[in-house]
Design a protein around this ligand. Structure first.
Ligand SMILES: [Zn+2]
Length: 172
């Protein structure tokens, strides 16, 4: 770990101990070149996730952005923050455990739809009605903006479930 004061690469760990609830390690370090002291934290990151967008661009997966889009879909719904937190954790773990470091943006949308369907039917329909219009041509970021615009403006009794996929008619 490079010394933040003088740039030396020779810093030494003085002690290591669990931090917080044990999900992190706190290390106190000292630099032998300048005497500077600093602290680092080590946390588990199962996988560095990248999102492959429709445009072909890759961006780091943004948990906060996912959380915001769900908060918007769940606005004014009787869902406890803990349950939303658990749902997001579950989605992130599913993404992390896919064995791919790159995720198509549509895959995130699918997992969100599955999670919301289990959590709250109104939020699910709210999300689905917007998501349907976006998944062909646009990406998840645009969806978040659209949700912010839409939510609260559609009376609940006007919401209808998304159409059921039907297979094309067979030939006679
Ligand atoms: Zn130093």
């Amino acid at each position: 770990m490079r010394c933040p004061f003088c740039g030396s690469l020779e810093t030494q760990v003085k002690d290591s101990r669990p931090a917080g609830d044990g999900s992190a390690i706190r290390r106190r370090r000292v630099c032998p070149d300048c005497g500077g002291r600093f602290t680092t934290f080590e946390r588990v990151q199962l996988r560095e996730l990248m999102v492959l967008k429709k445009s072909g661009r890759r961006v780091p997966f943004d948990r906060d952005k996912l959380m915001r889009s769900l908060e918007i879909a769940l606005r004014k719904r009787p869902i406890e923050p803990d349950r939303l937190e658990r749902m997001v954790n579950g989605i992130v773990r599913q993404l992390e455990s896919q064995g791919e470091s790159e995720i198509a943006s549509g895959k995130i949308g699918e997992l969100v739809m599955e999670g919301l369907r289990a959590l709250d039917s109104v939020a699910y329909v709210r999300f689905a009605s917007v998501y349907r219009n976006f998944r062909e041509a646009r990406d998840f970021n645009a969806l978040v903006d659209e949700l912010a615009h839409e939510s609260g403006e559609i009376p609940e009794d006007e919401l209808t479930p998304p159409p059921v996929k039907t297979s094309p008619p067979g030939r006679l």
